[in-house]
Design a protein around this ligand. Structure first.
Ligand code: G3P
Length: 214
């Protein structure tokens, strides 16, 4: 499973890139607002650092505006992937961009049928939001299993990009199901390395090292 970092914070992205843990980056307007910098500048900085797909999100809901934003982002760097919201107009945008060789990521997706539409339209990635489904008492990870089954049934090439990940169990379950990508917040990437027995084990080895005659 590929790891993307879900962040617009260049320090977080750099830290994970240097550890060799990430294969790409996803951003969205909320993350960019948190970073407090111009979106184009954020995307340029990420592209200068990470060799892998970088998702940039369109905001316009009309086709003309959506495509204008998409072409603008695509010009920033060859690794930019265009995030398109899950709407019927969005599917027109996906089809057009796919025909021109521009990669897309269909976002704000919450059902198996929406993921089916994204695949039919020719999306490179589909982003189901598992955490936000959990928030409303639906099991987000069940959706990932459903999409995996549907895509495998028909050999759809669209990659399942698990988004809205909130904790390490989401990452483990996504990997068990066979999702293609998990986009993970910085805090959760750090949590993946943690285990109390690791801390105890390291501490014991350091203490025992002191006992060795030098
Ligand atoms: O980038 C989309 C997704 O990962 C958002 O996550 O935590 O805002 O639901 P969250």
């Amino acid at each position: 499973m590929k790891f993307f970092i879900d962040s617009a914070d260049i320090k977080e992205i750099q830290d994970c890139w240097e550890m060799g843990l990430i294969d790409g980056v996803t951003t969205n307007p909320s993350l960019a607002a948190k970073a407090g910098r111009k979106y184009d500048d954020i995307l340029k900085d990420i592209a200068g650092l990470v060799e892998g797909p970088i998702s940039a999100e369109t905001i316009s809901l009309d086709l003309e505006g959506m495509l204008k934003e998409a072409y603008h982002f695509a010009k920033i760097h060859k690794n930019i992937v265009i995030k398109i919201p899950m709407t019927l107009t969005g599917m027109k945008g996906v089809k057009k961009l796919a025909s021109e060789g521009i990669k897309t990521n269909v976002t704000v997706t919450f059902s198996a049928n929406q993921a089916l539409l994204a695949a039919k339209a020719g999306a490179t990635y589909v982003s189901p939001f598992v955490g936000r489904l959990d928030d409303i008492s639906e099991v987000g990870m069940d959706l990932i299993q459903d999409i995996r089954t549907i895509y495998d049934n028909y050999d759809f090439k669209t990659q399942i990009l698990v988004a809205s990940i909130r904790h390490p169990i989401h990452v483990r379950d996504a990997a068990l199901i066979g999702a293609d990508v998990a986009t993970i917040p910085y805090s959760v990437i750090k949590q993946l390395a943690q285990h109390p027995l690791t801390d105890i084990g390291i501490e014991k080895f350091i203490k025992d090292w002191e006992k060795i005659p030098k």
